[in-house]
Design a binder for this molecule. Structure first.
Ligand code: MG
Ligand code: MG
Length: 259
């Protein structure tokens, strides 16, 4: 059976998760054609360090950077590089921090300059997948209820749902049980309990669901090389509506100022 966290633990995870949201907002303010992913990564490292926290992904299983930045056909786990962003790109930025012994984890897919309507729809639907997944993360439900909700939204829109990578519990470790797939069957899987902290993170492909890994040993790309989007929140399961511990508020305020 899954174990819920104490309110003291939830408070610490909330603090870490909010710092992730603020870090993503800091990065959001820099995203434009010509900027390199490595510049975004450097800023995130400084911002997290300035807040007496540690980048959660840096050196995790040997990952070389603070952010995972996955451009266009890259789904997740992209290594920040020196290739300038181009008008019309989408980039998924995934950030984790470790502060006071607890992790927070959240991701957002950004547009670079003007993107096509097709990509805009992909981003909006992926965010809607996350919203619907969270809506079903209620105590007494099962993990499969979350995946079912995510998959239903994605497939209704003709998109592919990545199977190989999944959401996860988190706390003192970045990845804890349970696995939280973005597909599933209603009423199946482990039962959600009050206080359970999980990251829900739909990875939705414009084309087919299949993915492969690049030779860098990290980057996951779509098999058909069509674009993919990724949004992630850290949440705590409650007896009613789940509480979202991370936040897109800082990001979206920043994006409004730019627009
Ligand atoms: Mg993440
Ligand atoms: Mg995650």
């Amino acid at each position: 059976m899954l174990r819920g966290k104490s309110e003291e633990e939830v408070t610490l995870i909330r603090e870490s998760s909010l710092l992730v949201g603020k870090t993503l907002a800091e990065v959001a303010g820099m995203i434009r054609p010509g900027v390199t992913p490595l510049e975004l990564d450097k800023r995130a490292f400084e911002f997290i360090s300035d807040h007496d926290a540690v980048p959660g992904f840096l050196n995790y299983n040997g990952f070389p950077n603070s952010l995972c930045i996955s451009r266009n056909e890259a789904v997740v786990h992209g290594i920040p590089d020196r290739k300038p962003l181009i008008d019309g790109d989408i980039i998924s930025v995934d950030c984790g921090v470790l502060m006071n012994g607890y992790f927070g984890d959240s991701a957002y897919t950004f547009s670079v300059g003007e993107i096509s309507q097709e990509l805009q729809n992909l981003l909006e639907t992926t965010k809607e997948c996350l919203v619907q997944g969270i809506k079903h993360a209620v105590a007494g439900n099962r993990v499969g209820d979350i995946g079912f909700a995510v998959q239903e939204v994605a497939e209704r829109n003709g998109y592919g749902v990545v199977r190989e990578l999944v959401g996860h519990g988190l706390g003192k470790a970045l990845h804890e049980p349970p696995e939280v797939p973005n597909y599933g069957r209603r009423g199946k899987g482990p039962k959600l309990v009050e206080g359970l902290v999980i990251a829900i993170e739909p990875m939705i492909n414009l084309g087919r669901k299949e993915v492969s890994q690049l030779k860098d040993g990290w980057t996951i790309v779509t098999a058909d090389r069509k674009p993919s989007a990724h949004f992630e929140h850290t949440i705590v399961v409650r007896s009613g509506e789940a509480e979202i511990l991370s936040s897109f508020k800082y990001i979206e305020e920043k994006l409004k100022i730019i627009a």
